[in-house]
Write a protein that binds this ligand. Structure first.
Ligand code: GLA
Length: 393
């Protein structure tokens, strides 16, 4: 699958632009635990996966950028010197990156670019971050801009914050650039320090069930959650003035405010404060190779996202609930921003067939939908595809 996509994109590029492109692979991501904690300066534990967006790209000598979306069979042109928000939504993710590079003072020419891949859109696997961070990485390479990896991450995040208008945290762009095979990445979103933890179990895999509910309409709710957390921080800061984010708040501190803040704001803060602790506990259980504890933390996360943070939905809850006491399933929870997308599940390899059949049937019976199922492998972060490698494909 992967092999065909990158070659198809390369061929399309040659057909459209009549030259040989440089190729890049930019992965989607899962997040094991630590949801809605990144923009609260907390901890997250994502991994890059074996689904990706591929870019075929070359620099131009003039100012024009010529984009072609392979998946949508659609093209768009703009000039580096004339960046405007487009009705064509997909183009904004790419223009946002150029916009950030220009704002940061980098001298850029135009470029030709064909991109596309197999990250399902709206499934919560961060296809948007893969586009943003992937393009940032590719432009840095082809124009030899000398930008370090962390700066690329921040720039790609800002592209989404400012040009696309979603006030997302830094997790998705970070893991896109820093992902490593068979490892999950614990990111401290306050200090931006990171630590890899091996995630290779002979007997278990990460399996995603796609609810089929596209989460693309969730951005306003997402921004709203961010705002609510900010309101909580403001109230707490009146007494504890060192508090800059929910990361600086303990469960005990928060309890003092139970009746001093609106109950919705309290619930949001409680979820985030507890989720940060769950990530730390999850990392300790990984160090011990204890998937049972890890999985039980995932269920707790889901419970918090469902009833306190209120970003789940009936279909996601159903997918998690039916697996709760199922032998062979370590843990299950909704993943990503919420309101749709996938659940992430850790399932014993020997049970994958049986469990996926069970999920397919139960979901079909209940909603008359066949959920897509992805058994994922943890892959490396965005990288150039060496010429020979693609030729061998
Ligand atoms: C989206 C955002 C991330 C993060 C998650 C929720 O994926 O892009 O920054 O906030 O939602 O954990």
């Amino acid at each position: 699958m992967t092999i065909n996509i990158s070659s198809a994109i390369e061929r399309k590029f040659e057909e459209l632009f009549n030259e040989k492109p440089v190729l890049f692979r930019s992965p989607g991501r899962v997040n094991l635990i630590g949801e809605h904690t990144d923009y609260n300066m907390g901890f997250v534990l994502p991994a890059a996966i074996d689904r990706a967006i591929y870019f075929a790209i070359t620099p131009r000598s003039d100012n024009e950028c010529s984009l072609y979306s392979y998946d949508m069979d659609d093209s768009y042109k703009f000039r580096v010197s004339d960046l405007k928000f487009s009705e064509k939504n997909w183009a904004n993710y790419l223009m946002g990156v150029v916009d950030q590079l220009v704002k940061a003072g980098y001298k850029l020419n135009g470029f030709n670019c064909v991109f596309g891949g197999d990250i399902p859109i709206g499934a919560g696997l961060s296809s948007s971050a893969a586009i943003e961070a992937g393009l940032a990485y590719a432009l840095n390479y082809i124009f030899n801009l000398g930008i370090d990896k962390l700066t690329l991450v921040k720039l790609a995040q800002k592209a989404e914050n400012e040009f696309v208008g979603v006030k997302c945290g830094i997790m998705d762009q970070y893991i896109n650039i820093f992902g490593e095979e068979e490892k999950v990445l614990k990111i401290d979103c306050r200090s931006l320090e990171y630590e890899y933890f091996p995630f290779k179990f002979e007997n278990a895999s990460i399996v995603l069930f796609n609810s089929g509910v596209s989460h693309s309409l969730a951005s306003s709710e997402y921004n709203q959650r961010k705002k609510e957390c900010g309101e909580g921080v403001e109230i707490i800061r009146k007494k504890y003035n060192h508090v800059g984010s929910l990361r600086d708040v303990s469960v005990e501190m928060l309890d003092e405010f139970k009746f001093r803040m609106n109950s919705v704001i309290f619930k949001r803060c409680k979820y985030v404060v507890e989720e940060n602790q769950r990530v730390l506990n999850a990392c300790s259980s990984l160090e011990k190779g204890d998937l049972i504890t890890f999985g039980s933390l995932m269920y707790l996360t889901h419970e918090g996202l469902r009833s306190e943070y209120e970003v789940s939905c009936a279909k996601l809850n159903f997918l998690v609930d039916i697996l709760k006491d199922k032998p062979g399933v370590y843990g299950s929870r909704m993943m990503g921003g919420g309101f749709g997308g996938c659940t992430i599940n850790i399932i014993e390899n020997d049970s994958i067939d049986e469990i996926t059949l069970f999920v397919l049937k139960s979901y079909k019976d209940k909603f008359n939908i066949d959920p897509e199922i992805y058994v994922t492998k943890i892959s490396g972060g965005t990288n150039i595809i060496p010429v020979n490698e693609n030729a061998e494909r």
